[in-house]
Write a protein that binds this ligand. Sequence first.
Ligand SMILES: Cc1cc2nc3c(=O)[nH]c(=O)nc-3n(C[C@H](O)[C@H](O)[C@H](O)COP(=O)(O)OP(=O)(O)OC[C@H]3O[C@@H](n4cnc5c(N)ncnc54)[C@H](O)[C@@H]3O)c2cc1C
Length: 229
Amino acid sequence: MTKYPYGEQDPYSRVDLIASTQVHSDQYTVDQMPVLSARVSHAQSGKTGEDPKADKRLMDYLAEHLHMTPFEHQSVSFKVVLPLFVAREWMRHRTQAYNEVSMRYSSDPVGKFYYPAVWRKQAARNKQSSAGEVDDQAGCTKILQDAYEHALSAYHKLLEKGVCREQARSIIPVGNYTEFYATANLRNWFGFYKLRIAPDAQWEIRQYARCIDEILEELWPESWDSLKV
Ligand SMILES: Cc1cc2nc3c(=O)[nH]c(=O)nc-3n(C[C@H](O)[C@H](O)[C@H](O)COP(=O)(O)OP(=O)(O)OC[C@H]3O[C@@H](n4cnc5c(N)ncnc54)[C@H](O)[C@@H]3O)c2cc1C
């Protein structure tokens, strides 16, 4: 399953579902894990599936009353391609496991740059936020493009002079794309989603939170729905 945070026309941004918990039982689905694991406390897991409406009610109850551990049995791994400045925000989420491409090993990631489809104005009241659109959209894109080209050319000049990749990369702008694998359980994906879909989160990371939402909705509709309610 693949989603494109900035649309399919953006050549780099994407979220790929790589792996998720699989079930080796004819009896239960992974989406039933919160119910199965919650009912074990009363030695009643076997009731799961007898009354699907009661199962869903239990899942809603667990989420509503913050009994969150039953949502920790479903693991999901994504491969994510995203601008460095979005990755910095993303990697503040410490409950995910990460492995990222290294610009020390390879210069392949260098030069894959993010271009905003819309340039936003600085918000007047919230110093961290944006509001409305600037007038000269094309002019802003040209400034960004010139800066990227200049940085890329300087990077290659440093390499030509024999400078190592691990130092030459210091010239790379935070609009450069990076990629990593991220793994977490459903509870922690919900924690990420809740913070990063909120209106005060930056638009660029909200698009990734939306993709995570769409994928988890398709993967496990009942448990994901209970968390979101
Ligand atoms: C809109 C927005 C603006 C932000 N602005 C800034 C900013 O200006 N500067 C800045 O530095 N950060 C900023 N952040 C990042 C923010 O402070 C958090 O680091 C980030 O949202 C991750 O949240 P988390 O710690 O809950 O997630 P995770 O790291 O995934 O942790 C999940 C939960 O696990 C528990 N946990 C994890 N690690 C620990 C620990 N060491 N000790 C105790 N409990 C732990 C906590 O209950 C935590 O909520 C911003 C985030 C958002 C959403």
